[in-house]
Design a protein. Structure first.
Length: 322
């Protein structure tokens, strides 16, 4: 496996130049088996969900082949995917676009200013489409029902090392091929002890009237073994309102073992953002066991008022360059 990592992650110098071109390749794989005690004969979760949707059968949620090239002033990223996540969340995208995780160019135009153009991970929210980056196995309601990706132009300004401001011109709410002009905002503030506050916004017309949406989260380092986070969002469209919140607490029992509990609430009574109206409260416990620095076993026990009890188990392999 050490040889595989060397093959996947390498640097290529561009001789004869004062700057160095670095080219990297990577891979990522997220497998899972999810069982619903309330629906033991079902083979798929509700269309309200986009991640880990296969039930009672093994599946791949996300598999990635990653490529990047960069020097001191610019970076190009091209990551391509397969799995049940892309089948569900990118169902509206045509053809090969369904398999693009990100495809963008980033330019450092000045020491404190950066521009990114293309398809990129969403600026909204605490949770990522890559499960390795999240505290829990499953995604919260507020993550599943806000953008995972976006297309457009992002300008980022960092007046200090601990403050970042971002303004985005987007093609719409999580879309590549469709064009509905929208704006995004983000501000991130972090102190010397790792306490981080993030506030992200979106404004655009998705065909039902002007959509206003804000997401906020706080990362709270409590001690060497404990950390917490609180996340909430709310949206308004055509005079209708939806909102949700989630709280996370992680305990690191030892370097290779940690536990994360999550309590969440979501309410979209008029089915503004969802395909059907929903009000639910759920609790979950995720157990992570790190096999190697690049591999992890995850298990989650989850209960919700609407969907009952579930268990999800999986193996994660992360050979990403960064």
């Amino acid at each position: 496996m050490k040889q595989l990592v060397i093959l996947c992650l390498f640097s290529l110098p561009a001789f004869g130049q004062s700057d160095t071109l670095r080219v990297t390749f990577g891979a990522y794989l997220e497998t899972y088996f999810r069982h619903s005690f309330a629906s033991p004969g079902a083979n798929e979760k509700s269309a309200l969900f986009y991640n880990h949707t296969a039930l009672n059968q093994p599946a791949i949620n996300l598999g990635l082949v990653e490529f990047s090239a960069n020097n001191a002033k610019w970076t190009f990223r091209g990551d391509f995917m397969l799995g049940t996540y892309s089948q569900n969340n990118l169902a509206a995208e045509p053809g090969l676009l369904k398999h693009i995780y990100q495809l963008n160019a980033q330019v450092q135009v000045a020491p404190k200013h950066q521009l990114t153009l293309g398809i990129m991970p969403s600026h909204i929210g605490l949770e990522s489409a890559k499960n390795w980056e999240n505290a829990c196995f499953s995604r919260s309601y507020i993550a599943e029902n806000s953008p995972y990706y976006e297309t457009g132009l992002a300008w980022s300004y960092s007046p200090t090392q601990r403050i970042n401001v971002k303004i985005l011109a987007l093609t719409g709410w999580q879309t590549m091929h469709r064009f509905r002009p929208a704006l995004g905002t983000q501000i991130t503030i972090e102190n010397a002890k790792g306490l981080r506050f993030n506030s992200s916004g979106f404004i655009g017309d998705e065909g039902k009237g002007l959509r206003l949406f804000y997401d906020h989260y706080v990362l709270i380092p409590i001690s060497n073994r404990f950390n917490a986070s609180i996340s909430s969002d709310f949206g308004l469209e055509s005079g209708k309102f939806w909102h949700g919140a989630a709280a996370f607490l992680t305990f690191k029992a030892k370097p290779s073992l940690k536990f994360t509990g999550r309590l969440e609430y979501y309410n979209d009574p008029q089915a503004i953002i969802l395909v059907e109206s929903l009000k639910d409260v759920s609790q979950s416990l995720t157990v992570d066991y790190e096999l190697k620095s690049w591999s992890m076993l995850r298990t989650e026990f989850k209960h919700s008022e609407k969907w009952g009890n579930e268990i999800c188990m999986g193996l994660l392999l992360n050979l990403s360059p960064n």
